[in-house]
Design a protein around this ligand. Structure first.
Ligand code: MN
Length: 424
């Protein structure tokens, strides 16, 4: 099915500010609360939120096989379960309706009043009810840096890392939408000389610059998804800040891996940008050596060129960009991760979320966490207001941003932001 919605020459009758993340070529999906306290599924063009539930009731999706209430829900899970063909039909139809040459909604004042909202009239919610959340560890630079810092610089990368997309099962209950404050966690830390663990508010609170993809229901228990079929099962992506308490993590992570140092909060950007919208930004991934086992071998450009930034904003102060990375640095692609996740017959469900792991690039300013940027506090970062950071302070806001750009179009994700509150 053609992706007519991606046509870079298309323009909308809705105003789109210059450098907006949301031109008519994006058409992301999200869930919001309207000014009338109605929860609905919607999309966004420029700074206008669009109520897809209201549009469906008014007949704008006639001819597409959708249940009556598909958009009148508090999550996208059922819509995502409808599959890729339906996602494409709906996205193409939305594009057609908002094309500058399309009358219909454009010329119907009553309908526009029911369908269109300014951003200050809505409140973004979690876009999916996340059943299961898995976090991978797919950036070679990040794995090497963390291996050096936490273990042994001589053997930073463990032998399995180049063979397996390493991951662990995280916790979904604490995944929160952008704008939700994050409480500094309390926990145990490594013992000092007396052998007794420390206990208290984490002193080494960090962000992790990640992206996450959201799947449809892919396979029955016991079946697997091939690497060739994997992308058909990926609905879209969000920015993902996997907040991490490094001091809690360092004490607890052997032998079973991350636990309370990670599961107190993960912030996501609220608009899911579809994999279809990102199609023009496909690029080659890093060369994989040794060659992966056959079930992980993927042909063609398997990565996506998405510029990523991490920003610290002190309370009431100016923003400072502390990291510039890119999603294309991922060693293991999303398709490889999904194929690996199901190779043992593990079944994925609609709305499952897969974090990439921290995305660090090859240069020191492209590292995706404070742990790496400051080399565990040895090289503090100076913010624009002159203050220094080794890790994240109370009342700091951490903002992740991401966008793709070519000569014709820019597709972005909006903000993924969270303010740190003092520990209880
Ligand atoms: Mn992580």
């Amino acid at each position: 099915m053609p992706l007519t919605a991606n046509d870079p020459t298309r323009k909308s009758w809705i105003d789109v500010p210059e450098n907006s993340d949301f031109p008519i070529q994006n058409i992301p999906f999200g869930v919001f609360l309207t000014r009338d306290d109605v929860i609905t599924i919607g999309t966004r063009i420029g700074d206008t939120a669009i109520d897809l539930g209201a549009m469906h009731q008014l007949g704008y999706f006639k001819g597409i096989d959708l249940t009556d209430d598909i958009f009148l829900q508090d999550s996208l899970n059922d819509f995502i379960a409808d599959g890729r063909k339906t996602w494409r039909l709906v996205r193409n139809r939305i594009s057609d309706i908002f094309l500058h040459t399309s009358p219909g909604l454009r010329d119907d004042k009553e309908h526009r009043k029911k369908v269109l909202f300014s951003l200050d009239e809505i409140e973004m919610q979690l876009p999916v009810d996340v059943g299961d959340y898995t976090d991978f560890y797919a950036s070679k630079e990040h794995a090497t840096n963390v291996g050096s810092l936490f273990r042994d610089p001589e053997n930073a990368l463990l032998p399995n890392w180049l063979r397996i997309p390493i991951g662990y099962h995280g916790r979904s209950s604490s995944i929160i939408p952008s704008g939700t404050p994050v409480r500094r966690p309390v926990g145990q830390t490594k013992p000092g000389e007396d052998g007794v663990p420390g206990f208290g508010a984490s002193k080494l609170l960090d962000f992790e610059l990640e992206m996450a993809f959201i799947t449809t229901a892919t396979n029955d228990l016991g079946k697997r998804v091939s690497v060739e079929e994997a992308e058909d099962n990926i609905f879209g992506l969000v920015l993902f800040n996997d907040w991490s308490a490094r001091d809690i993590q360092a004490w607890e992570y052997v032998p079973l891996g991350p636990f309370l140092g990670k599961n107190f909060a993960s912030t996501i950007s609220p608009w899911i940008v579809t994999l279809d919208a990102l199609e023009p930004f496909r690029v080659d991934g890093p060369a994989q050596d040794p060659e992966p086992l056959p079930y992980l071998q993927q042909e063609g450009p398997k990565n996506f060129d998405i510029h990523l930034q991490a920003i610290i904003q002190p309370d009431g102060g100016e923003e400072t960009v502390v990291a510039n990375s890119n999603f294309k640095y991922m060693y293991w692609s999303m398709a490889q991760q999904l194929a690996h996740h199901t190779v043992n017959g593990c079944n994925l469900r609609s709305g499952d979320m897969m974090g990439s792991g921290t995305i660090s690039g090859p240069t020191k300013d492209s590292y995706g966490s404070m742990l790496e940027l400051t080399w565990r506090g040895q090289n503090p970062i100076t913010l624009k207001d002159g203050s220094q950071r080794k890790f994240i302070n109370d009342e700091d806001t951490v903002i992740l941003r991401g966008y793709c750009e070519n000569d014709n179009v820019r597709i972005g994700f909006g903000d993924c932001s969270g303010k740190v509150l003092p520990a209880n």
